[in-house]
Structures are given as C-alpha cells and as structure tokens.
Design a protein around this ligand. Structure first.
Ligand code: FE2
Length: 188
C-alpha cells in the first residue's frame, strides 16, 4: 500500500465520548426515524458546546473545523464514495454502535455519479464496487482518508438501533499523519 488509509489515535477520550453521546441525544441524532444519513452540524457556537472535544483536539495541535454526524440504520448501507470536501482526511469518533460496523477502503474506480446532500455538500460515487483494500472497526478516535474510496458496512447481525459517528475535519489536515507513518515503515 502506498499510504496508510486510517490511523487510530492514542489517548484517553472517555469524556469526549460522553460529551458527543449526550450532545447527539439532546439534538435527536440517536432517535432519527428515517433511514439515517448525514447531517452537518451548523449549530451556532458548536465548538463552545463541545468543549471536551475541542480541547482533546487542541491538545494534539488541531483546530476543530466542521462536524458531520454519520448515521446508518440496519438494512441500509453506504455506497462506495469519495467525500468531495476539501479535507483529505477527517477524524472520526465512534458515538453509538460503531463496534457493529466496519469502514472499508477500496481500490479506485471510475467516478460516475455526484450526489449532493441537502446542505450542498457533494459526494462522488464509483461506477461499480471495487475491491476492498483494508478496513477498520471504529472503536476509538481514528483518522480516516475520506479522499480515497470508502464506505461504512454494518455487521449482518446488527439489526436494531442506529450507528452514529462524529466525523470532524480539523486544521491542519491530519493526512500528514498517515504519510509520516508510511515513511517510518519504509525506512525501518
Ligand atoms: Fe465518507
């Protein structure tokens, strides 16, 4: 592999998880009755309302930028896609039931569809399913390369509830972490 596609971040994050879980519950993200999906949180003063999360990122040199809630219900799955955001990589925090899912990364393929979310954000979808390269089960804060083809796949035995993750873009873009891991491996 030319580059790592994900990296779990070390360090205690229990208070961050509690904060995200409470915030998600208060804002209704845990009880949505539609099939799930994607919500960009544009709450005024968002980062003032998530001080633990912001501090956790700041301790590691990052400024929090945009927060997306990724919600997936049983019997609905994501298509392989590339996020069309300017961020090459994003930090994903598991919030609810993420242990019952994998984020899979795939070989490149022809991009044939552009889907626009309700907030105007575009995602690029591949023409057909391409071969899986690697996957990660989100159990701790993890850098994911969203600029490479990927999707979330739920375990078949996950049949009730909702899977929720908080996906945060930060400055500077954490893509450099994945590149530096690659270089360490190369020179080892
Ligand atoms: Fe994505």
């Amino acid at each position: 592999m030319s580059q790592r596609l994900w990296l779990e971040l070390s360090g205690e994050w229990e208070r961050v998880h509690e904060e995200l879980l409470l915030y998600a519950a208060v804002n209704g993200w845990t009880t949505r009755q539609d099939k799930g999906g994607f919500v960009e949180d544009l709450t005024l003063g968002l980062w003032n309302k998530l001080p633990q999360t912001r501090a956790w990122l700041a301790e590691r040199g990052w400024t929090a930028d945009r927060l997306f809630w990724i919600m997936i219900r049983p019997n609905s799955s994501e298509e392989i896609h590339i996020d069309s955001m300017t961020a090459m990589a994003r930090i994903n925090f598991p919030v609810i039931n993420c242990q019952h899912s994998r984020t899979t990364f795939h070989q490149q393929g022809e991009i044939t569809a552009t889907k626009t979310r309700t907030n105007g954000v575009q995602y690029y979808h591949l023409k057909e399913n391409t071969r899986e390269i690697t996957s990660v089960r989100l159990t701790s804060p993890t850098v994911l390369t969203v600029s490479e083809p990927h999707r979330v796949v739920l375990d078949p035995d996950f049949t009730t509830g909702i899977r929720v993750a908080a996906s945060i873009s930060v400055v500077p873009d954490p893509i450099w972490l994945l590149k530096s891991v690659h270089e360490e491996h190369d020179t080892a």
